[in-house]
Design a protein around this ligand. Structure first.
Ligand code: 13P
Ligand code: ZN
Length: 276
């Protein structure tokens, strides 16, 4: 089957283009990856190359040995993905140790997978384990409101989660486990990948201070929806903080507890602290 006709490829391209149109991907900002199902690899295997060099990932992910990924290319613009997927995207295979990758398709004008490949793959490894293989998408974006909040809120999981939950009643239902925060670090390496993947053990979203956010999910639809919900809530918080230093009224801890009961979600008590 033609690679560009595959449903997972079309969903990936649509998601990238939606993200661009949301304004989350200036220039080459952000990156996206999908862990391809074995039956999908089977359907396209006659259209993949098998003779390229093996290149170090920059991290070790033995849990993902032999798996295939669709990823965005480093330095490629999200704006171009829809019109030129073969030049902006790549399919890669990992070796039997999970330490090197081989290019199987894409990047026809040259290039390599996203510089955040260590973070993507380490997050995939964690999510594959903790969700029993159901999560397949890792998405990194640069949404302005989330980034703006990292200049004014304390960089604590509890504070970001609680403040974002308060901004929209749907938030605790969409991300009941909360959101993690990583302080500023150099992007593109193993260290930030380790810090992020540690947060992915318990959260589906991890904010990178003064940089952006990573979201994880089962498919393109849900993962985009999570990013969208978090950024919308961040936008409301930016508006509120711009209008007044203090909220006049908000959703209270007991109201979150009522919501949890009604929607059958568990909200960890550490996010429902009393404010001074
Ligand atoms: P890439 O172009 O290498 O994917 O990098 C973009 C980015 O957002 C880095 O954090
Ligand atoms: Zn980035």
């Amino acid at each position: 089957m033609k690679i560009l006709d595959m449903t997972f490829v079309q969903g990936f391209i649509r998601m990238a283009d939606d993200g661009f149109r949301m304004g989350w991907h200036e220039r080459n900002g952000g990156n996206l990856s999908y862990r391809i199902k074995p039956e999908e690899v089977e359907m396209i295997k006659n259209r993949l190359k098998h003779d390229g060099p093996w290149t170090p990932i920059g991290a070790s992910v033995p849990e993902l040995a032999g798996e295939y990924f669709l990823v965005t290319g480093s330095g490629k613009f999200f704006r171009d993905i829809k019109d030129d997927p073969e030049a902006t995207l790549a399919i890669i295979e990992l070796d039997e140790k999970g330490e090197n990758y081989q290019l199987k398709w894409g990047l026809v004008e040259g290039g390599k997978p996203t510089s955040e490949l260590p973070s993507h793959l380490m997050n995939h490894a964690v999510k594959k384990r903790v969700t029993n293989g159901t999560y397949r998408v890792i998405y990194h974006a640069h949404p302005a409101n989330i980034i703006a909040l990292t200049f004014v809120l304390p960089l604590e999981d509890e504070v970001f989660t609680r403040e974002l939950w308060e901004m929209a009643t749907e938030c605790p239902v969409v991300f009941p486990d909360g959101i993690g925060v990583v302080g500023w670090m150099v992007p593109g390496g193993r260290e930030i990948a380790e810090a992020t993947s540690k947060l992915m053990e318990k959260y589906d979203a991890a904010i990178w201070a003064h940089h952006g956010i990573f979201c994880a999910g089962e498919g393109a639809h849900n993962t985009f929806g999570l990013m969208h919900t978090i950024e919308k809530s961040a936008e409301i918080l930016v508006k509120v903080l711009s209008m007044a230093p203090q909220k006049r009224q908000t959703i209270q801890p007991d109201q979150f507890r009522e919501l949890a009961k009604a929607f059958q979600v568990e909200l960890p008590e550490r996010f429902l602290y009393e404010k001074k």
